[in-house]
Structures are given as structure tokens and as C-alpha cells.
Ligand binder design. Sequence first.
Ligand SMILES: Cc1cc2nc3c(=O)[nH]c(=O)nc-3n(C[C@H](O)[C@H](O)[C@H](O)COP(=O)(O)OP(=O)(O)OC[C@H]3O[C@@H](n4cnc5c(N)ncnc54)[C@H](O)[C@@H]3O)c2cc1C
Length: 415
Amino acid sequence: MVKRIVILGGGTGGTLVANRLRRSLDRETVEIVVVDQDNSHVYQPGLLFIPFAMTTADAITRPRERQFHPGIRFHRASIERVDVEHDQVILGDGVTLDYDILIVATGAILLPEETEGLAGPVWMDRAFTFYDLEGAVALHQRLESFPGGRLVVNVVDTPIKCPVAPLEFCFLADWYFQQRGIRDKVDLVYVTPLDGAFTKPVASRTLGNLLEQKGIQLVTDYNTATVDGSEGRLISFDDREVSFDLAVMIPAHGGAAYVGASPGLGDALGYIETDKYTLQSKVKDNIFALGDAAGIPASKAGSVPHFEGDVLVTNIMRFLAGQTLDARFDGHTNCFIESGFHKALLIDFNYDTEPLTGHYPTDVGLPLLKESHLNHLGKLMFQTFYWHSLLPGHDVPGVGSAMPLRGKHLEATPH
Ligand SMILES: Cc1cc2nc3c(=O)[nH]c(=O)nc-3n(C[C@H](O)[C@H](O)[C@H](O)COP(=O)(O)OP(=O)(O)OC[C@H]3O[C@@H](n4cnc5c(N)ncnc54)[C@H](O)[C@@H]3O)c2cc1C
């Protein structure tokens, strides 16, 4: 009998895993259906560059259906809910899809309404986000006419997608206002709920130093309670105020909205409780999750579903064959960190090893935790790699799923 794998979400993770599965599984015996609500695949790392006129919305968007290999059925509809007990997905167009295996890859959504005042008149007036396409385009227009003043970049809560993107925004803003010749008229402030610039000690120190060198003020341990648009101030739960002329907000995130309408599927934040090694959900044996939707202690970054893909495909094939799931994801993540002036840093880490100095993927690769022009070129070239290698699910020689230790300066690890 033909088995059906339904993949919810045709973004980074859903697309690459659909393509990898299609190559590995016989079309006569396994049907693959991907469901997504729209037909526009946005290369999300490109959103960072739109406010600074370094790219455009058109340049980072492609038709979603064209990213799938032949033999994959793309069903365009909103997901209303999953009936976990009966192995069914109920869609907004009235269709009910039965599945043998469900892969949840519906990512994370922005929740500005979770912060008092943020979703009110201030939104897209004095407070913007570059975390979606509409916001990034509107912020570009606002930045172009910004005469100077206090620009505050605020991460409301964690976890967020690409935890380094708000720092990159600060670095690029410093560069952008220097290009415009008004840097001396702009106060840049980075406001974060963390106790430093980043979560991991070595990277936090390096990135904190970079903020300082660039004259960007760092405000830590700040949990935003209210955004007061008329007075232009953030107010924290412990009553500290940060004033702004222009706020660049990274709103709280949560899992996709349908998860909350699907009894038993998600946790309180709408993420899917998942085994961090096998990627099998803790909800039911035939449900798996990858990417931002998975409730695992890995970063919400596109490199994560990239490195998870291989593990997930192996485990799904083993599941179909009735074997134990023995492929393990080690939490491998890497991110370029654009730092302005045609330079970038690179970090590479996993569940057990924090970002360290050295090189990636071996002793002679890209420099880690160090500004370099080579990393900037890597960041720019990544978009081509994304469309032509990562999404189609090709293996890259020398870059495997597991984090390489070779090339890293392990002695930098603090105990
Ligand atoms: C500004 C920004 C910069 C970033 N920079 C980087 C970077 O430099 N490097 C990096 O590795 N990562 C970066 N990321 C993060 C990266 O883009 C995400 O982690 C990655 O796309 C996650 O993939 P995913 O498949 O889990 O989710 P997504 O790619 O977001 O896909 C989720 C899909 O689910 C669909 N969906 C959701 N709900 C429903 C529903 N109810 N019905 C139907 N369909 C639905 C959506 O339409 C979407 O297509 C960045 C993100 C942002 C926002």
C-alpha cells in the first residue's frame, strides 16, 4: 500500500527535507505532500539587507512551488489544525489530508501583540521590524528619511529566529549612518533580555567588544513590558525606561497559530516537543519536527534544518522499515555575522561546544569569530548556495551534518 508523508510548511526545512526524501524514497510506494499557505519563498537572511538598500524584496523571493523536485505534490492552503489521534491534517480549503508520517516544519511566527502597546499606532510608525518582508521594506523607507536621533534595537524575548540578526542590524546601522555622513547625529542602542551581547560566553565577549568599538550602547537584562509610542519609550517589567526616536523591534516569537488549535500537538509556546537527537516528536511516533517549529535547544537558524535534514531522512527511512532511529543530530549551527564595512564574522557550534575561534570547516577554512572580508563574501554567496544547493538537498563535499572539531581552538573554552 502507498504510504503518505505530509510535510507542513514549505520553507527552508520543509523544502529541503521534501527534496531529500523524494530522492531517497520510491515514488511508487511513498507519496510526499507539502502544504504551505502561500507561493512566495522568502530567503529570510536577505531581510537584514533590505533596510540598508543592499537588496530588494524581489531579489530574495522566489515561487515556492518551483523549489520542489518532480514527484512532490505542493498543496497551497492554510493549515487549520492537526488531528493527532486520527493522523489527519485539516486545511482551510476544506480538504482533509490523511498521513502515515507527519513532518512539522511550519517555523515560528512574530507576536507583536504579546507586548503592550507594540501592535498599536506605534507599529510601522515609530516602531518597525525587519523580521518580515513588509516590515523590512517599510523600515528601509523610514531609515532613508531618518534625520538622526536615538535608534533603539530591542529583542523583546527569546527564543528568536537567527539570534545574531539584531546585532548584525546594529553593526550595519553604524556603517550605514557613516556612509550617509550623519553617524555623529545618531545614538545606537542595543537592548536585550540576555546578560550580554549573546548567549555563549566566548561569542558574547567578542560581539560585546565589537559593539563597544563601534560606539553602540548595550543595555542588558532588559525585559520589555510596554512600548509607549506617543512618548517614544520602552518600559521594562522592572520599570527601567529606554527612550527612542526610532525603535527596531524583534517581537516575541511563537509556533505557528494552528498548533494551539491542535490538541496535544504543541507546548505552551506552540513549538513541538521533540527528541533533540532523533527529531522524532514526543507527541506521537509518526510525527517528526525540524527547523524553527521544533522545541529543541538548538538555535532557530536556517543552518539548523540544513544540518538536521540528513538525520531526519535517515530516521524516517528507518521508521518506515520498522527499525530503531539511530541517526543523531548534534545541534550543529553556523551563522555569518555581518559587521559592516564589507566584513563579517562566522560562528559554528553545537549542543556541547560553544562558538570558538579557529577555522571552519577545517584548519584552512573561513576564520571563526573574527571579522574578515572572506566571511562577508561567504555571507553574500550564501544566497546562491541556498537556492541551488541547500533547498534542493544536495550534499556539500567537506560539510557534513555533524559539527567539525578540526580547525577549532578548543583551549578557548572556559570551564
Ligand atoms: C531577519 C532574519 C535573518 C535571518 N538570518 C539568518 C542567517 O543569516 N542564517 C541562518 O541560518 N538563518 C537565518 N534566519 C533564520 C532562518 O531564516 C530560519 O531559521 C529558517 O527559515 C527556518 O526554517 P523553517 O523551515 O523552520 O521555517 P520557515 O522557513 O519560516 O518556513 C515555515 C513555513 O511554514 C508556513 N506556514 C506557517 N504557518 C502555516 C499555516 N498555518 N498554514 C500553512 N503554512 C504555514 C510558512 O508560510 C513558511 O513557508 C534569519 C531569519 C530572519 C527573520
